[in-house]
Every structure is written in C-alpha cells, then in structure tokens.
Write a protein that binds this ligand. Structure first.
Ligand SMILES: *Cc1c(COP(=O)(O)O)cnc(C)c1O
Length: 389
C-alpha cells in the first residue's frame, strides 16, 4: 500500500495558503487503510484507538464508515460525543479508569470496558452498574516496538477469578482482551495469544461462564523510514484465519491505532536558519522534537524526510526550533543545499505525533489541514514505497 505523499507543487501551494509548520491529513487514505483492514481481517470489528490521532476529520470519516472507537479518558469520550458518536460505539479500554472518565462513561452510555485488576471492579460497578467487562491479560511478544505487557494485563491464571468477581459485583463478564504491543512485527504473537485465550474460553465455560467477546487489541504495523519488512496483508489474513478456526461463535474485535492514520499524514516545515559547522550544514526547522516530531522521542520513531532543490547533495543535520540541545531530528541526512525559507516534507507522520506535541518554548502547536478540503478536485497522490507494497 502506498503512503499519502504531497507532491512538491501541492506542498508549495499549501505554503502559499498557510504558514508553516502544519500537517495535512488525507482522510481518503485513512479510509483506504480502514477498508484494507476490513478486507483482510473481516471477522473482527474495528474500534479505532483514537489516541493515535484524534483529528476531528479522522474521527468523522471513520464514524461515517461505521467504525467504533477505543477510548481511554473523559476527553476522548467527549471528543467523540461532539462528533455525534454514541456511547455504545465506544469501548473504554483503559484498564485503570479515573473518576472523570467513569462519569463521562456513565453520562454518554459507554457500557463496555476492560480491566486488569480486582481494584477496578468496585469502581466500575458503582459508576456504570451492569457494565460489560473484558479482562485484559498480559501476553508475550518480543517483536513489538512498544511493550504494552509490563504495565498492562492480568496474569493469565487470574483472568477467570477476575471475571467471576466482576459477575458477583453485578457486572456482565463478557470476554477477554489482549494487546500484543504496538508496531508488532510478529503474527505469531497474535496466533499464540488467540490459541491461549481459546483455552481460557473453555475453562470459563467449564466454570459456568459463557464468554461472548474477544478483543485482540491493536499493534498492526505501518512502515517506518526504513520501510516495513512484513507483509501486513498476509499478517492480517493469518490472524483472521485463526479467528475463524478458534472463535466462530464469538464477537471478535480489534483496536487499531497507528495503522489507520500512520501513513495518511504529512508534515510541512520550513528552514528558519542555517549554520555551517566546518563545512557540515545544519538546517534549523520551525518544527521539532517538542512538536509533531515528538514521536521520535515517545514513539521511538523515525519519519521519512523529503527535501527539494537542485545541485549536489551534502550530508546535513536537521534540528528543531527550541533552545534544547536534544532537539536534533536528522543527522548525516543527504540533501541538496537548502536556504532559509525552503520547505521540507515528512511523511508517514500520522500516528503518535501531534498528540504528544507540546508548546515548549512557546512554539504553537502545528495545525492539521485536510487534503481533500484543500484540493477538492484532486485524488490523494500516493507514491510507491519500496518496502511497503
Ligand atoms: C494504544 C492502544 C491501542 C492501539 O495500539 P496500536 O499499536 O497503535 O494499534 C489499542 N488498544 C489499547 C488498549 C491501547 O492502549
């Protein structure tokens, strides 16, 4: 699949309309990613983990496509409510919920939630009596970029006792969930987790508890700057096959985060200053590690950078605008020589980027524009990525 990629002309046109830095999301690309997921994983419903990118245009398009949403806080529930999404299309998938979040869940009718400890049961039962709950179990996966199984997940042997305790508290224990970790490059992690949970379902049944729901979490990968050495279509197909084989009667759903917006957003920034360090150029951009490039820090990510111009290439360093020495983005990056006012483009920068941007040093947050609104007549331009077919 191709990533959304502004052409140089489009980038320059946008720079005439808007001051940099800014991001551009292609909602058509988000839709394409959603349809790709539905096509290759047809037996799992979709709850978009909106923490990856809650831009209203993305929420709106996914809501229109019939997606449901994974929420973690009052703020996320309220953002969806503003877009007209009803609470029964949300799962409150933060295993530890705060009082505000639980109040919002009660107010907007979010009645499906996850938990991974007994201390959560009384809180849920009090705020949302009779809520449907899934116990989150920890699963093993060494091939994920972001580990989500140290902080999260009950010990598997505690799953059944936790569900039974939830039942005694008046909740509806409906199922089990897991998350193999973000940017998982392993399909085996899903397959092993599915096999393991299949056993837990049988144990539950033997204990008189019929489970109806299975939530396989997110983790589906997108290409990074080095490309993507995994066939995502084959990965999803293998997961789907295992679902059909093991859980033919179960309501199965997934919670993709980065997969939906990751490849659908570009960042446009400008060179605001240059330095010459013994012949080695430094280019200072108007967006940095404290802005939308924050994913380089929090998400351990590296975004493809595109520069434009003629002439021989040099190895340059690119840095952000803040007064912090860690605000360095790219080193030894081959580029034509640039000057103040030149624009640069970063692609595949749609997940875990704007959400962790700060206003450190007083630099404003970069806004997100929608490609299809900016260029109503155009089809989203996508460019082949060598490793992400
Ligand atoms: C973050 C998160 C997701 C999304 O994860 P991705 O790896 O971005 O797909 C899904 N479910 C839960 C509970 C999460 O915390």
């Amino acid at each position: 699949m191709r990533s959304f990629n502004l052409s140089e002309n489009e980038m320059n046109e946008l720079c005439r309309r808007h001051e940099t830095p800014f991001l551009v999301v292609s909602v058509a690309k988000v839709e394409e990613n959603y349809r790709f997921l539905r096509a290759h994983l047809p037996h799992a419903g979709v709850y978009y983990a909106m923490k990856a990118n809650p831009a209203p245009a993305i929420l709106r398009r996914l809501a229109a496509l019939g997606s449901k949403f994974d929420v973690a806080s009052a703020g996320e529930i309220e953002a969806l409510a503003r877009e007209g999404v009803a609470g029964d299309r949300m799962i409150y998938a933060n295993p530890v919920k705060d009082a505000r979040g639980l109040r919002a869940a009660a107010k907007y009718g979010v009645r499906r939630m996850t938990f991974d400890d007994a201390s959560e049961i009384g809180k849920i039962a009090q705020a949302v009596p009779g809520a449907s709950v899934l116990v989150r179990i920890a699963v093993h996966n060494s091939r994920a970029l972001v580990d989500l199984n140290t902080k999260f997940g009950a010990r598997p042997e505690d799953a059944l006792p936790l569900l039974l305790a939830a039942k005694r508290a008046g909740l509806r224990p409906v199922g089990i969930c897991f998350h193999v970790g973000s940017q998982s490059l392993s399909v085996a992690a899903y397959e092993e987790a599915l096999l393991f949970v299949h056993g837990l379902f049988a144990e539950a049944k033997a204990a008189g508890l019929t489970l109806t729901d299975l939530d396989i979490g997110g983790g589906f990968p997108v290409p990074d700057a080095a490309g993507l050495a995994v066939d995502v279509a084959a990965m999803l197909t293998a997961i789907d096959r295992q679902i059909v084989r093991l859980f033919p009667e179960t309501a199965v759903y997934c919670e993709p985060g980065r997969f939906l917006p990751g490849t659908a957003v570009n960042l446009v920034a400008s060179v605001i200053g240059t330095k010459d360090r013994a012949g080695h150029p430094w280019y200072i951009l108007d967006e940095g590690i404290y802005g939308a490039f924050s994913g380089m820090m929090y998400d351990h990510w590296h975004y493809p950078l595109h520069t434009f111009g003629r002439g021989g290439r040099v190895r340059a360093t690119f840095a952000g605008p803040s007064c912090d020495g860690i605000d360095v983005l790219y080193e030894d990056f081959l580029t034509p020589r640039l000057t103040v006012g030149d624009h640069v483009l970063a692609t595949d920068i749609g997940a875990y980027t704007t959400v962790s941007a700060t206003q450190f040093n007083g630099f404003a947050l970069a806004p997100t524009y929608t490609y299809e609104e900016e260029f109503p007549a155009a089809q989203a331009e996508t460019e082949p990525r060598a490793a992400a077919r």
